[in-house]
Design a protein around this ligand. Sequence first.
Ligand code: ZN
Length: 129
Amino acid sequence: MIKINIKTRSKSEVIDITEMIQSAISKFNKSEGIVLVYVPHTTAGITINENYDPSVREDIMDFLNKLVPKDGKYKHLEGNADAHIKSSLIGNSVVIILENGKLKLGRWQGILFFEFDGPREREVWIKVI
Ligand code: ZN
């Protein structure tokens, strides 16, 4: 397994980590397989969506912030219940086909890391099988 570190800079942030993942998997010396990208946090998430037009990821974050407001009525006392809920909605792993040493993504797709309770030091775990 390989870990990559991500330092987020604000409470809500979306980071395109496609290139980071592509360069990390070159360390596995595998050209074919399945890539698992896993986020080991309860207030961050990961998904695959368009990375060509950055307004798409902004629209997703804006929608989540409207759907799950920070100051909603929650039981969790840590003050970040909204971030836990958004993390569950987005999910914490993606699986991608590895072909000829490259991530097999659709033309407009990228791997997007979602921070919901930053700024923090985050990790992403990668395994190729
Ligand atoms: Zn919490």
